[in-house]
Design a protein around this ligand. Sequence first.
Ligand SMILES: [Cu+2]
Length: 227
Amino acid sequence: MKKWFIFLLVPFLSGCSLRTLNPISETGADQAFLINLSFGLMMFVVAVVCVLFILFTVKYRETEKNKTDIPKHEEGNRTLEIIWTTLPILLLIGLAIPTIIYTFQVSNTDASSEEALHVNVVGEQWRWTFQYENGKETHDKLVLPVDQEVVFHLNSTDVIHSFWVPRLVGKRDAIPGKENKLKVTPNEVGTYQGKCAEYCGILHADMRFVMEVVPEKEFEEWLAKEQ
Ligand SMILES: [Cu+2]
């Protein structure tokens, strides 16, 4: 087997369930849209550059016929200069507008609704603690009701950690002495993996947790139960 063949096997290594591009929340979907948009714009630029590169290499290559030609001297080309100045500006504006809108939306935890569920999330080397409003506390297991807005209050007792449930929403840091908030509404019942996304010491890779999204009634029962 030739060595390059090994690269064909790469897609089969994708058994990991930490996926970000099929989110179960609207905020996650907005973020996935931003990823797709920036990737799409980037691929557009890559495609244009590749096509022009190939076109010019072929068109202006040296042949027997043009070997002794001296190219015409150009003093600049206003049309071209306007095009390659405005096009990147337009691309960046197209990227900036949705990015700014969605970034402010996800950061605006003050706009959370009255009946939002508040959960304290404490990161420590190397586990997660989740504290509910009634005093219930769990480790490495986060249970949430479906279709209910939740505001996470992130904190840490030692070093900086990063709270991340890939299918729910993007990462947010848990910093000692500073509360970070994250507002999101999970819209699909299921069990999801979460982990610390900031290197925080020797057992960082083991700092995982499980997020269970359950129907409202089931959540109420779970919350009322003794720990
Ligand atoms: Cu950590």
